[in-house]
Design a protein around this ligand. Sequence first.
Ligand code: ZN
Length: 452
Amino acid sequence: MKSYLAPLALTPSGWQKDFSFSIDGSGDLIEVGKRTEECEVIDGVVLPGMPNLHSHAFQRAMAGLTERRTAKQDSFWTWRSTMYQFLSRFTPESMRAVASQLYIEMLKQGFTSVGEFHYVHHQADGTPYDNRAELSHSIFDAAGQTGIALTHLPVLYQTGGFGDQAPNEGQRPFLNDLDRYLAIVEASSARAQGDQNKSVGVAPHSLRAVTLDNLEALHNQIPRDFPIHIHIAEQTKEVNDCLAWCGQTPVELLLRRFPVNNRWCAIHATHMTATETRGLAKSGAVAGLCPITEANLGDGVFKLRTYLKSKGAFGIGSDSNVLISMPEELRTLEYSLRLKHRKRAIATSTQDMSPGSLLYNKAVSGGAQALGRKTGSLADGFRADLIVLQPENPGLLHHGPQSLLDAMVFGCNTNPVKDVMVGGDWKIKDGRHTAEEIVLGNYREALSQLIN
Ligand SMILES: [Zn+2]
C-alpha cells in the first residue's frame, strides 16, 4: 500500500484541502481522506484523470496532411477519401508505433484512459492477416508500452451505406462478417483478461455501415457488461440518407429499434432535433463529443444546452487525433457554442458552477461510464487514475477552487499537466514518460514509410 497527500484535490464532494489517499496492490484507491503517517507529498493540485472516449489511433499520423482543399467543396467526405488512401500504407508495426506515440501524447495531456474505436482489421486489399486480430494486438501492445488504460472497441463494418449498400474499395480493410468479427472481439477479450487497465467493448461502426439485423444479432450475443459505441448523426448527409432510406433519422431509428441505455455511447450525435436530443439524454447513454475533430471536419455543433437540461451524460474524445489537448477539447466545445449563440458561459445554466468546472466534471464522469471503467472519481474503490497540475504554470497562478478549472480550460498557454497516474503507477512525471525517446524514434521511422 502506498499513501499520498495533496494540497488540494477535486473529490466527489467538491474541493478538499490536504487530501490524503492510499492505493492498494491492484491500483484502486483506498482509505481516501484518512491521513497516514508515512505518505508521499504531491506537489500540485490533484484532479481525477480524464477519459478519452473516442480515438482512431492511426489517424494521428495524418495530422497536417488533409487541410488543403482537394475538391471544389471540401468536406468530411473528401477528407474520408484521403484517409482511406493513407491507411492503406499501414502495417502492424507502424500501427503500433503511431498508437504508442499518440498514447504518450494523450497521457501527457491528462488523458488516463482511451476508448480505441478500431476499424482497420485487414491489409489494404482486404486480405486478412494470418492472425485476424493482428492490428488489435498492435493497439494492445501500444497501450502496454505506454501504460494508458485501454478500452478496446473492435469495429463491425459491413456496408457502404444505408440499406445494405455494397462497400467501396477503400473500405476493404474494415470488413468482417459477424462470426469473424466476434472472433476478433474474443481474441481482444483474451488479451485483456486479468489486466485491470485493459477491457473490451464493441463498436458497430454506424447505422450506415451495419445492417439493423446484424446490429440486433451483435447486441444479443455480447456480454451484458460490454460498452457499445456507435458513430451517429455526424453529418447532415448521413441524416438525409437515412431519412430517404427509412423515413427516420439515425438517432430516431436507434432509439426506437434498440434498448439504448447507459452501456451505449453515441459518438458525435451532432445533428439531432430537440426531441432526439432529449430522447438520447433520457436513454442514459453517453454522447461522445469530439469538439476539435468536429471543428476540423466541419461537422457542426452539438446541442449541449438542450441536452444538459435533460440531464444528458457526455464525455470527450480526440477522434481523428489531429491535435491532442484535453483543455482544448473542453474549450472548443464551449467556444463553438458561444460563437453559435453569441452568448457566454453556455455550458452552465446556473451561476453556481463555472463552465470549466461543469465541463470537466461532466466529461470525467461521462467518459468513465462510456469506457466501462471504474475511474473518474477520487473515492474508495475507484481506479487510482489521476493527474497533478503544474503549480508554477503562469496560467494557474493564484487560482483557487473558485476559478482553477476555468483557468485550466480557458487560460493556459502551455500544457498544465505535470504528473499522471494510471492504476496507481506514475506514467508521466514532470511532463516526461520513461519510454518517450524509444517511442518517438519508432514513430519517426514509421512516418518515413507512411509519408513520402
Ligand atoms: Zn470516429
